[in-house]
Structures are given as structure tokens and as C-alpha cells.
Design a protein. Structure first.
Ligand code: ADP
Ligand code: MG
Length: 413
């Protein structure tokens, strides 16, 4: 797949689903063959006892794209993502992967497709409880018949990639939820699949760990550049991760677009409602996105010690605090060098005091004007002026809308 048009893989299509339906129940074919298929989910259930889980869904996912399917519980997300692997047989429609019709695959081809082309990560990790982390991760290769030596080597590599080096010999139960899901991700990565399918992988984790895992997944994707189909019911997660987002309701995809499109131009009231209270700019706070700075300078330090700190941490500037971590100002490398040249001995004399500050509970939206003016990070201080963190200007915009990968801003519906 890679030999042709390496340059042009922005527009290369990896997955193409056309007119997919899934009707659960004995009378599925009968429903599909009649006008009844256009009736509402409730009506069909009432009249036939069948459940329409996915209704005439079409979408494409480009190579290397991070494609998010978002919707409330019961909207058909799991059914849809499982149909892509034929873990659930579709009632009607077609699925092309790299131009090949998955629904026409024979048994062997399907098995290869599941083992080599795709990797799946589930909400509840699905780890083998009595096998070590290493064996769990190597499992996919074992069923492929890869030799022990080779599969362990690959598994160790994947374990390192997800940050679990040192945990190879533990049982899953010794690991926290977040770590167990890393094992799940490592397992999906060992076979080096082209496509990663993830069904609410972080939904079982508590919010802090969840954010961390999302950040790590973004980093991981930068490294491995897979085509990812990621299912979530969480709009924040979708906005953060998705290059494009497909929104599902009652089995249908009702909007596909980049995060901005979904926020600024919701397709209908359902999406609007979803998005309304949830605009990250209105929800995320300074305290939620702030970080601890690498370098922090103290009032009582001499200029040369400060210079040493900045140099060794390769920082161009740092906030300066006094007793009780009270924020005093910002010291830049340039000013500091000036001070040293003039033989000054008080760090305070090289300090900028005209700096942007904010409180931890201020929402992103209110930080925009500050961000537009600021040359340096924004300092977050508490009610008594104590320095509690800093916000890089770029992270304000990144948190607002996760940067799209190039070429993902077209809509397809
Ligand atoms: N095996 C099944 N048999 C009957 N109905 C099912 C089955 N699996 C899912 N459903 C129904 O299909 C609809 C979509 O379910 P699902 O795909 O699990 O949604 P989601 O993942 O978005 O929560 C729901 O109404 C659900 O009850
Ligand atoms: Mg589900």
C-alpha cells in the first residue's frame, strides 16, 4: 500500500463504508426488503421485535487519519466498529478497506485481515488474567505462529512504546486501570496493524488518568501514524482527539466534520445540544490545563545561579517567586545577561513585572484576550498571589481544539 503515492497519502482512502445497516433479530431481511426499514427504531421494534442498531451509514476514513465516532450510549457505535472487522455481520451495505471488499473475504483472508491489518482495543481491556503482561502483549503474535523469541522481542518493544517497561512479568491484576489499558494498546500494536480500532478505550478510567491516556495516545499516534477509528460517548474526548468526528444518533451518522465544524456549525438540534454546554472554551479552566514549569527562579537567588538554571534547563525565561511562592515577575535570559554585564546582584532588577496572570478557575474563553497579547506563558496564581502553574499560549489553542492533521478539514457528508 505504501509503494505508490507516499507523497499524497492525505487523500488516500483507507476505509470506505457504504450504506451499512445492522438489524438485530430474525426478521432483519424481511425488514430490509420492505418500506418498514424507513420506520423509526421504536416502530420496528414494536412491530417485529427487531432492533435497528445501524441505519444506512456511509463514511470514509483516510490513511493516517484519527477518525472519531461519537454518540450517546445505544446509538450504534459498537455495532458499527465491530462490523468493520466482521465481528458482527452487517445486514446490508459494503465495507472497503484499501479498496478490498471485506464482506467478500473468505475465512482465511478474514483471519489475516483481523490478525495483520487491524488491531482492536476494548473498553474493558480484555486481558488474560493469568498471563503476564508480556504474554498478553505477545498473544496476537502467538496466534499468528510467530516464534517465541521473535514475539517476545516485538512485545517488549510495544511495552516500551506504551511506557510499561519493567512490568513485563507482572499479572494484569497488579496494574492500575490506566496501565492495563496500556497493555491493551501494546497488544494491539505488536502486530503492527495498519488500522487501530478503539471502542471506548478510556471510558472505564477516572478523569485524570483518562486525560493522561488521551495525551499519550496523541503522542503515540505522532509516532506510529496509524489509521485510527476511535469510539467514544464523550464530546470532550472527541474534540481533543479527532481529526474528524462522526456523530451518531439512533444508528445514523448525522454529522461528519472537523472539531471546529461540529462546534461552530452543528448539523441539527441534537448536535447543537451536545455541543452547547460542552464547548471546551467554556468548560476547560486555567487550572485544568496549567503545567508546572521546568524552571522557576527564587527571589533570593543570585543572577549567576539563575543563569545556570535557565541554561541547564534550556529555558529562555522563567517566572520568579518570593517567600511562600508569591509570584513576583518574569526573568528573561536577555535581561538577565544585561544584569550580569552591569554587575547587578539582585535578580529582581532584571525582572519583568508586566506579565499576564490568571486564576485557576478562569475558563479558556476568557484567556483568549490575554493569550492574544502575551509574549510569555500566562502565570496561574491563587487568591493570595501564590504561583501555582503556568499556561503555554499554544496549549490554550490546542486545548480549545485539538490540532487537526493536515488535509482533514473537508467534510464528507
Ligand atoms: N446482540 C444484540 N442483539 C440485539 N440488539 C442489540 C445487540 N447488540 C446491540 N443491540 C442494540 O443495538 C443498539 C446499538 O447498540 P450499540 O452498538 O452497542 O451502541 P453503543 O455502542 O453506541 O452504545 C442498541 O439499541 C442495542 O440495544
Ligand atoms: Mg458501545
Amino acid at each position: 500500500m505504501e509503494e505508490n503515492s507516499v507523497e499524497n497519502n492525505d487523500c488516500e482512502i483507507c476505509i470506505e463504508a457504504k450504506g451499512l445497516w445492522k438489524v438485530f433479530g430474525k426478521r432483519a431481511d424481511e425488514i430490509m426488503g420492505s418500506d418498514l426499514r424507513n420506520a423509526s427504531k421504536d416502530t420496528i421494534l414494536e412491530k417485529t421485535g427487531c432492533v435497528v442498531a445501524v441505519r444506512n451509514v456511509s463514511f470514509t476514513v483516510k490513511k493516517g487519519e484519527f477518525f472519531v465516532i461519537m454518540g450517546l450510549s445505544g446509538s450504534g457505535k459498537s455495532t458499527l466498529i465491530r462490523m468493520l472487522l466482521r465481528l458482527i455481520d452487517s445486514t446490508s451495505g459494503s465495507i472497503l478497506v484499501d479498496g478490498e471488499d471485506v464482506l467478500k473475504f473468505n475465512k482465511k483472508k478474514l483471519r489475516d485481515f483481523r490478525r495483520h491489518t487491524t488491531g482492536m482495543v476494548f473498553q474493558y481491556f480484555g486481558l488474560l488474567p493469568h498471563r503476564s503482561v508480556l504474554d498478553n502483549v505477545a498473544y496476537g503474535l502467538k496466534v499468528q505462529g510467530v516464534s517465541k523469541e521473535k514475539r517476545y522481542a516485538k512485545a517488549r518493544e510495544a511495552i516500551e512504546t506504551v511506557g510499561l517497561k519493567g512490568w513485563e512479568d507482572y499479572l494484569p491484576s497488579a496494574l492500575s486501570g490506566g496501565m492495563q489499558q496500556r497493555v491493551g494498546i501494546a497488544r494491539a500494536l505488536t502486530t503492527d496493524p495498519e488500522i487501530l480500532l478503539m471502542d471506548e478505550p478510556f471510558s472505564g478510567l477516572d478523569p485524570l488518568i483518562r486525560r493522561e491516556m488521551q495525551d499519550e495516545l496523541i503522542e503515540l499516534q505522532d509516532k506510529v501514524q496509524k489509521t485510527i477509528v476511535f469510539v467514544t460517548h464523550d464530546l470532550h474526548e472527541a474534540l481533543k482527539l479527532g481529526g474528524r468526528i462522526a456523530i451518531m444518533r439512533d444508528g445514523k451518522i448525522i454529522q461528519v466534520g472537523a472539531p471546529e465544524d461540529v462546534i461552530t456549525d452543528p448539523a441539527d438540534d441534537y448536535v447543537r445540544e451536545f455541543v452547547q454546554d460542552a464547548s471546551p472554551a467554556k468548560v476547560l479552566t486555567a487550572g485544568g490545563i496549567m503545567e508546572q514549569p521546568e524552571a522557576l527562579l527564587y527571589e533570593w537567588q543570585g543572577p549567576k545561579a539563575a543563569l545556570h538554571t535557565l541554561r541547564s534547563l534550556k529555558e529562555d525565561h522563567a517566572f520568579m517567586v518570593g517567600r511562600d511562592r508569591k509570584l513576583l515577575g518574569l526573568v528573561t535570559m536577555k535581561r538577565l545577561k544585561g544584569l550580569i554585564q552591569e554587575n547587578g546582584s539582585y535578580l529582581k532588577d532584571s525582572m519583568e513585572t508586566d506579565i499576564a496572570t490568571t486564576g485557576p478557575d478562569v475558563v479558556l474563553e476568557e484567556l483568549f484576550p490575554l493569550a492574544a497579547e502575551a509574549d510569555y506563558p500566562i502565570a496561574v496564581i491563587d487568591e493570595v498571589g501564590k504561583f501555582i502553574g503556568e499556561i503555554q499560549i499554544s496549549s490554550i489553542f490546542e486545548n480549545m481544539i485539538q490540532e487537526k492533521t493536515e488535509g482533514n478539514n473537508g467534510r464528507i457528508s
